[in-house]
Design a protein around this ligand. Structure first.
Ligand SMILES: *Cc1c(COP(=O)(O)O)cnc(C)c1O
Length: 233
């Protein structure tokens, strides 16, 4: 008989410990790295259990599923919701209404819509540019070369607040290979800041490479499997 998967507070704790160890190894304040629990394909009850265990930030990839969970957990105070999935132009209104952060902005047209559609009674939408680094063919994301112009355009939008950059590099087995794209993203952020931006957020690192990301300066790691177990498929 199939039983519903149970939330494991120990798994959440072990991810937190990994973050602390990596931060200490990097000589960074562990408090400077936020854990985003990626709850895609997990039922609302799992998210509620994680929230009860003290997790406050959640990431969702699929819009309808995500807004269902935002609504299902509306009674839990203090949660922050991040949209980390592909953004489609006809879905921006719901993202702008229901989420606090969006990690996957890669086009000015989408950014303009999000700004125009962000409700006026809530804080500006916190936005990251998704960057497509060298060896990520076919994925979403702005190229590093096009990032400065897009960053400048987003900064002019009244209801968005550009906070930084995000990437999803292909899996790599070795620590050094894992670090390379994360280093590139950090250097891109540094060059944008040298050009006058004030970006403070690097969203990078997942279950299998969060240590490499923290070593290269991640301020948000996005972790699903290591917290919730394997996703049902
Ligand atoms: C699914 C997903 C994650 C989490 O991946 P895990 O390997 O399960 O930790 C992180 N970021 C994005 C954009 C995702 O789609």
């Amino acid at each position: 008989m199939l039983t519903a998967p149970q939330f494991s507070p120990a798994a959440l704790q072990s991810v937190r410990t990994r973050i602390v160890r990596a931060a200490e190894r990097a000589g960074r304040d562990p408090g400077s790295v936020r854990l985003l629990a990626v709850s895609k394909q997990q039922p609302a009850a799992m998210v509620r259990a994680a929230a009860t265990a003290g997790q406050t930030e959640f990431g969702e990839n699929y819009l309808q599923e995500g807004i269902g969970k935002v609504a299902a957990l509306a009674d839990v105070p203090g949660l922050t919701w991040h949209f980390i999935g592909q953004l489609q132009g006809n879905k921006t209104r719901e993202v702008a209404a229901d989420f606090d952060w969006v990690h996957t902005v890669d086009r000015e047209r989408i950014a303009s819509r999000l700004s125009a559609q962000r409700p006026h009674d809530v804080a500006p939408l916190q936005v990251l540019l998704q960057v497509r680094l060298a060896d990520e063919p076919g994925k979403g994301g702005v190229t590093p070369a096009a990032a400065p112009a897009l960053a400048t355009a987003i900064t002019a939008l009244p209801r968005l607040r550009l906070r930084g950059l995000m990437c999803i590099p292909p899996p790599a087995a070795e620590l050094e290979a894992q670090r390379r794209p994360f280093r590139q993203l950090r250097e891109l952020l540094e060059s944008l800041n040298a050009a006058g931006h004030a970006l403070d957020t690097l969203s990078m690192g997942m279950s299998d490479d969060l240590e490499a990301a923290v070593l290269e300066g991640a301020t948000i790691v996005r972790v699903g499997t290591a917290i919730f177990g394997r996703r049902p498929d």
